[in-house]
Design a protein around this ligand. Structure first.
Ligand code: C2E
Ligand code: CA
Ligand code: CA
Ligand code: CA
Length: 274
């Protein structure tokens, strides 16, 4: 299955030879990005629907020496294709947990985990080690996974998710509503959080079907006793809709963008070197 995925991202995303070549060069550059300290994490606040911040999601950034800032949507698929996401994912986990452990309060930290990381030997062991090494309390850590994780090797993924939960951490289902069979996965595993994809939030109040879908997902969460986070909340109108629909949590530009953590030191209470 590994060989099957290899080479496809560049092929699909690059129409012409030249762009295909560009994509390959980028993939090569990425191999050195960690040790050259080109990767960084930005942090986006997560809040109650009334705006009280309770945690942050760590979001990966690549400061390329000549191309400047590259979005994770552009390089995470490259890293997944080459398998490099395993090494990068370990770095993200260690870095974000170390950061959160340095905050004098108990804000949560949410970290994205790629389905490819579920194929590695010992994801549970790695997370356990990072918790021990950083001293981060497990109940402050949430891993965000997409249903893609359960699509490939269901039994194995379920076993890993259970192992992760047994560490005392939480698991969120990310990008809910964009896949194929999210409902059966909700039944198969007790997710702690469901994140409604920002494509639904963006259409609130402009598209009645989006309004109804979001209300239904919030109702589903209430029935299953799983809190909902609406992603991509940009306007007060969207927030007010979500509050009225009894959505618990929100994330989006209305509350704050993903920024270097020093920008949020008033919230974390940490002192950062300039
Ligand atoms: P995601 O996990 O769904 O993250 C949410 C994305 O929406 C982020 O984009 C965030 O900056 C953006 N966003 C947040 N609020 C708003 C808003 O109000 N409006 C709009 N238009 N966008 C908003 P970003 O940081 O570019 O990340 C894109 C994707 O890259 C993430 O989607 C995630 O799938 C992936 N990613 C990011 N960091 C990591 C990582 O450390 N590991 C892995 N495996 N994937 C990552
Ligand atoms: Ca996420
Ligand atoms: Ca998401
Ligand atoms: Ca996404």
């Amino acid at each position: 299955a590994k060989a099957e995925g290899r080479g496809r991202f560049c092929a699909f995303n690059a129409g012409m030879d030249r762009r295909m070549h560009d994509c390959r060069v980028l993939q090569q550059d990425l191999r050195h990005a960690i040790k050259r300290h080109e990767l960084a994490l930005h942090y986006q606040p997560q809040a109650s629907v009334s705006g009280e911040i309770f945690g942050f999601e760590a979001l990966l950034r690549w400061y390329h020496p000549t191309r400047g800032l590259i979005s994770p949507d552009q390089f995470v698929p490259l890293a997944e294709e080459s398998g490099l996401i395993i090494e990068i994912g370990r770095w993200v986990l260690r870095e974000a947990c170390r950061e959160a452990a340095s905050w004098p309060n108990r804000l949560k930290i949410a970290i994205n985990v790629s389905p490819i990381q579920f194929r590695q030997e010992n994801l549970v062991g790695d997370v356990h080690t990072v918790l021990l090494q950083t001293g981060l309390s497990p109940d402050r850590l949430e891993l965000e996974v997409t249903e893609g994780v359960l699509v490939q090797d269901f039994a194995r993924a379920l076993q890993i998710l259970r192992g992760l939960k047994a560490l005392g951490i939480q698991i969120a289902m990310d990008d809910f509503g964009t896949g194929y069979s999210s409902l059966s996965y909700l039944q198969a595993f007790p997710f702690d959080t469901i994140k409604i994809d920002k494509s639904f939030t963006a259409k609130l109040k402009t598209d009645t079907s989006a309004d109804e879908i979001v209300r239904a997902v919030i109702g589903l969460g209430r029935g299953l006793n799983i809190p909902i986070v609406a992603e991509g909340v940009e306007t007060e109108e969207q927030r007010a809709f979500l509050e009225d629909a009894q959505c618990q949590h929100i994330q989006g530009y209305l509350i704050g963008k993903a920024e270097p953590i020093a920008q949020y030191s008033d919230l974390t209470g940490a002192t950062h070197a300039p």
